[in-house]
Design a protein around this ligand. Structure first.
Ligand code: UD1
Length: 417
């Protein structure tokens, strides 16, 4: 098992580029199942989750090859509509393939998805939405068997604005007969990107980014190329890294309005942040004020995927804060690891109470999930002494060789076997 060895205390200085968003790339990859012509996806990032989604596509009979950083995808020969549990369990986003498989083949058998252990993560909203469109679903022995031969347009009212359910239903609607309307849908920028990508291939989707999406079914999609949007969570992670370690960092290829909820909080805590076009410049040379109160919410609220990093920052801020996690029940699993480093945090169900300390100290800590793992890396950057972060395969799911990017900024971090 690989781990990171970090010698804390180095300030971060320099310029970095942010990759395309994992959470945009994954649904876009799944949606390529709908198309029988070649699609080229540019700037493919080196994340394990993306490699695993490619394996799922290949297993369906889709040809995928990588040329430099471009993915060439051809679904002309796709013939299977089955995702076995050994592939589904490594990736929550395997469930996105369901809507696309039903759109293309009108039937599918997929295993329940896996992914980060951050809560129950049910898929009832995905299945209820598909049933509302006329899909017959039988759940049996860990598999979801779907018959969409009678699927047709209709109205789906989501009880909660789930990102995955919204994306799955968009994919189910693209080649569906009639008009599919999704009400109370999620508004995340990655959903807008999925809409724009599919429209670029000939789909007719409107409304992404608002709470109602309307999909007018088309007969088929044509090929095309696309560059998915940049990763707001990675951009936010490096902003927080600079806030914790101190220094001056320019972050390029970002869309600042996609993470304005974070920028606002960091500025109020004392960070100097300037935005220009697709760049953001952060300067932090003193201890920050604590955030006070923060709660995670669906977009445009504060993202749950930045909660762990923001909590790590609060452990070294002046004063105390209260963070409430509203989306996932068990997303504080990394906190006991931070406490090993000297953090003063108490967790009660979905609420964490943090009293800032002057300093964290290096320790042996274990990643519990993707964002919790990266929060420990950030803590290690500002801790006194050496920190070893174990189980970094969690971090590799959504960050491409993060140690290289941090080293380029002057951090002392190495990947070791
Ligand atoms: C996506 C993101 C993930 C992010 C999350 C919330 C991807 C690949 N992943 O995950 O990084 O943390 O949005 O911004 O884009 N829920 C149900 N029933 C369902 C579906 C969801 O109860 O059928 C609940 C979940 O348990 C959770 C909430 O809805 O409490 C939000 O989940 P959802 O928006 O669906 O997140 P994901 O699409 O899994």
């Amino acid at each position: 098992m690989q781990k990171f060895l970090i010698h804390g205390g180095k300030k971060l200085n320099g310029t970095i580029n942010v990759e395309c968003a994992k959470n945009a790339y994954l649904p876009i990859l799944a949606s390529t199942i709908l198309c029988e012509e070649e699609i080229v996806l540019k700037n493919c990032p080196d994340f394990t989750d993306i490699k695993n989604m490619i394996i799922i596509l290949e297993n369906l009979g889709i040809t995928v090859y990588k040329k430099d950083d471009e993915l060439h995808i051809n679904g002309a020969e796709a013939s299977f509509c089955f995702i076995p549990s050994e592939l589904a369990k490594v990736l929550r986003s395997s469930i996105f393939a369901l809507g696309a498989l039903l759109g293309r083949f009108k039937k599918a058998k997929v295993a329940y998805p896996g992914g980060c252990d951050i809560g129950l993560r049910p898929i009832d909203l995905h299945l209820k939405g598909l049933k509302d469109l006329g899909v017959k679903i039988v759940e049996c022995h860990g598999y979801i068997n779907c018959d969409a031969s009678e699927m047709k347009g209709g109205l789906v009212h989501l009880d909660y604005p789930s990102v995955g359910a919204t994306e799955n239903l968009i994919m189910a609607g693209v080649l569906n007969s009639g008009t599919t309307t999704i009400v109370n849908c999620a508004k995340e920028p990655e959903i807008v990107d999925l809409q724009n990508f599919l429209n670029n291939l000939g789909a007719k989707i409107t409304g992404a980014g608002t709470d109602t999406i309307v999909i007018t079914g088309v007969k088929k999609l044509h090929g095309g190329s696309w560059t998915p949007i940049s990763d707001r969570i990675i951009a936010g992670t490096f902003l927080i890294a600079t806030a914790m370690a101190g220094g001056e960092v320019e972050i390029c290829n970002v869309i600042p309005q996609h993470f304005s909820s974070l920028i606002d909080k960091l500025q109020k805590s004392g960070c100097k942040i300037e935005q220009k076009d697709d760049k953001i410049f952060v300067v932090c040379n003193s201890r920050l004020e604590s955030v006070g109160f923060l709660e995670t919410m669906p977009y445009p609220g504060f993202p749950t995927d930045l909660q762990a990093q923001m909590l790590a920052l609060q452990t070294v801020c002046k004063g105390s804060s209260l963070i409430q996690e509203n989306l996932f029940e068990t997303r504080f699993k990394f906190v006991p690891e931070l406490i090993k480093m000297g953090a003063n945090v108490k967790v009660n169900q979905r609420t964490a109470y943090i009293n800032g300390v002057d300093k964290l100290f290096g320790a042996d800590v274990y990643s519990t999930d993707l964002r919790g793992g990266v929060a420990l890396v950030l803590a290690g950057l500002c801790a006194q002494g050496y920190t070893t972060v174990h189980d970094i395969y969690h971090i590799d799911r959504g960050y491409a060789f993060i140690e290289k990017t941090l080293s380029s900024l002057g951090a002392n971090i190495q990947r070791i076997d």
